[in-house]
Design a protein around this ligand. Structure first.
Ligand SMILES: O=c1ccn([C@@H]2O[C@H](COP(=O)(O)OP(=O)(O)O[C@H]3O[C@H](CO)[C@@H](O)[C@H](O)[C@H]3O)[C@@H](O)[C@H]2O)c(=O)[nH]1
Ligand SMILES: O=C(O)[C@H](O)COP(=O)(O)O
Length: 325
């Protein structure tokens, strides 16, 4: 891991328990806070999430000023359930109709900026199970405490829950198999960001409104890379939110998500001028394991070598196959 990345992790990582709601209320002053949930067919889960935020962070403690659910072309009762739980609900396609209709989660988030007024916007996926409002308070902590912080990512343990059981640490498959190796390769300064694709994060409007948003599932990677490019590593913080359980997509759907992640990375490599001249790619891969004191880092070298075609090996070309044994 680069010294810069290790130092960032040390300085900019906290956990949700570090940010009690009472301290946040004091720090909030006149800052308006919006919570946004993008939702496509989440009638089973969206109500409990909205209800918890409304109860804990609007009624019990006046921290959150608005809760917006962006209905992303749901065909179920997502909009009704969210409204009944106390959220304002807008249809993705009804916002800024003059801008036309694009698709996916990134489109819903982009539209949400136009449909909210908060100085700080907190994004929370609508498919979470066992949601706690400490997700929201945790994400707000670094932003309310430090004006230098502009963007906060959540991190958590991610189980993979299937009909045959629960594999702790088995979730986040696109993160582990695609995004993390890609980030370590081309953006090693971000190697300490534990959940680069996580859907729970918060940012200052003044920063978010100056970023392009990738549509679909490229939105998180694009945003993280664009924040790094425009505001620098120190503007980013991460908060350990504990454990995250969500609805898993099929492997096939995750393949499509991976394609969007790769395309997003490609576009940022081009746009941020990292292709020319071609930089030597970093070969260190940093992974994380939960430990009693936080997280253990495991850095391995994923560098690959290259062998010449076998036919160019003289012994082989001469037919001396006995050398194979
Ligand atoms: O067209 C869409 C698709 C999804 N969603 C919502 O976006 C959230 C996350 O979508 P989901 O399909 O559950 O994504 P995951 O499989 O959980 O993907 C992970 O990785 C993605 C890529 O970085 C992130 O966008 C997600 O937040 C993150 O949880 C959910 O509330 C969805 O309802 C929309 O609003 N519109
Ligand atoms: O964030 C990810 O990597 C994808 O959403 C896949 O997550 P899952 O493996 O927990 O379904």
């Amino acid at each position: 891991m680069l010294p810069e990345a290790a130092s960032w992790m040390h300085r900019r990582t906290s956990c949700s328990a570090d940010w009690p709601v009472e301290a946040l209320l004091t720090a909030k002053e006149t800052t308006r806070i919006s919570v946004v949930l993008p939702a496509r067919n989440e009638e089973e889960t969206v109500g409990a999430i909205v209800g918890a935020i409304r109860r804990d962070l609007v009624e019990r403690a006046p921290l959150v000023d608005e809760i917006l659910v962006v209905d992303s072309r749901s065909t179920d009762r997502t909009a009704q359930v969210a409204a009944a739980a106390g959220a304002e609900v807008v249809a993705q396609d009804a916002v800024l109709p003059g801008e036309g209709r694009m698709s996916g989660k990134g489109e819903a988030l982009w539209k949400s900026l136009a449909a909210t007024t908060g100085d700080i916007v907190v994004f929370v996926d609508a498919d979470l199970r066992g949601f706690s409002t400490t997700y929201v308070t945790g994400l707000l902590g670094p932003l309310l405490a430090d004006p230098e912080v502009g963007f906060v990512k959540g991190c958590y343990d991610r189980p993979l829950i299937t009909a045959s059981g629960t594999a702790e640490g088995g979730g986040g498959r696109v993160t582990e198999l695609v995004a993390r190796p890609l980030i370590n390769l081309h953006w090693p300064a971000l190697a300490g960001v534990m959940q680069p694709l996580g859907g729970e994060y918060a940012g200052r409007r003044a920063l978010l409104e100056r970023l392009p948003f990738v549509t679909g599932y490229g939105v998180e990677l694009g945003m993280l890379l664009d924040v790094l490019q425009t505001a620098g590593l120190d503007a980013i913080a991460q908060v350990d939110l504990g454990r995250r359980v969500h609805s898993h997509q099929t492997t096939e759907a995750l393949g499509a998500m991976s394609g969007q992640i790769l395309l997003t990375a490609w576009s940022r490599l081009q746009r941020h001028g990292r292709m020319l001249p071609l930089e030597e790619p970093a070969t260190a891969l940093t992974q994380f394991r939960r430990s009693p004191g936080g997280h253990d880092l495991r850095v391995s070298d994923v560098g690959v070598g290259e062998r010449r075609p076998m036919i160019e090996v003289p012994e082989y070309a001469a037919g001396r196959r006995s050398l194979l044994s």
